[in-house]
Design a protein around this ligand. Structure first.
Ligand SMILES: [Mn+2]
Length: 231
């Protein structure tokens, strides 16, 4: 398994998809601090909820100082694209950022933060990724960050696993065959999919690998959940 990012110390507080829920994020960051735990956000910081800009303001200094980490979600990726392609579509979050008194610097700092965000983070016995796991994430020399991450793994990390078909609303149908490919002894923690409201869903496969679905529907009528990885 690739080495863990050296600045991340256990215990870790994995934090599900925040989706602009500023007050919920403030609460769980305070909880992490009270437990002396290191916060790792599972991605999708923005969109849906009331204040994505406040969420970015809360997360940025922590990431910059190395006192928190994040993996990249599809909503973060979409925002990054809208920040770095001036001729592209302006998302609501980009317009909100630009409307702030310090808009220009906020845009630059957000772009820097999101472009540095890895696609997954490996910790002892755990892998944290927004969408879905692929076994090659365990041996990929990129360690989950930077331009060396293969496209296939990027897509799994950001969007999860799909079977190429669409549902009645035109969205790709998500599949979970990847859960069966988690090796024994590994716990994969993902966001992205609201499998259960309120409490994380834990699924164990036949080999003893585990998936934890941590998105419990913050900004979608559920709550923001955390999962503690102990030393
Ligand atoms: Mn997502």
């Amino acid at each position: 398994m690739p080495a863990s990012p050296s600045h991340i110390a256990l215990p870790v507080f994995a934090i599900g998809d925040v989706h602009g829920m500023r007050d919920d994020l403030a609460r769980v960051l305070a909880e992490a601090e009270a437990h002396d735990a290191y916060p790792v956000l599972l991605g999708d910081l923005v969109d849906k909820g009331p204040d994505s800009v406040a969420v970015l303001r809360m997360v940025m200094p922590r990431l910059a100082s190395g006192t928190a980490a994040m993996v990249r979600g599809n909503h973060d990726e979409r925002l990054l694209k809208s920040l770095t392609r001036p001729d592209g579509k302006k998302t609501k979050v980009l317009l909100d950022l630009l409307a702030a008194p310090d808009g220009a610097s906020l845009v630059a700092l957000t772009a820097r933060m999101l472009s540095a965000a890895p696609y997954w983070i490996s910790l002892p016995g755990h892998l944290l990724v927004h969408g879905a796991f692929h076994p090659e994430m365990l041996t990929c020399l990129s360690g989950g960050a930077g331009p060396g991450v293969p496209r296939k793994l990027m897509a799994m990390a950001l969007y999860g696993e799909t079977d190429g078909t669409l549902n009645a609303e035109g969205f790709p149908i998500r599949t979970y065959r990847w859960v069966d490919r988690i090796p024994q002894g590994l716990t994969v923690i993902v966001g992205h999919d609201t499998r259960e409201m309120h409490e994380p869903l834990v699924v164990e496969n036949a080999s003893g690998g585990r998936a934890v679905f941590l998105d419990t529907g913050a900004a979608k009528g559920g709550r923001l959940s955390t999962w503690t990885i102990r030393a």
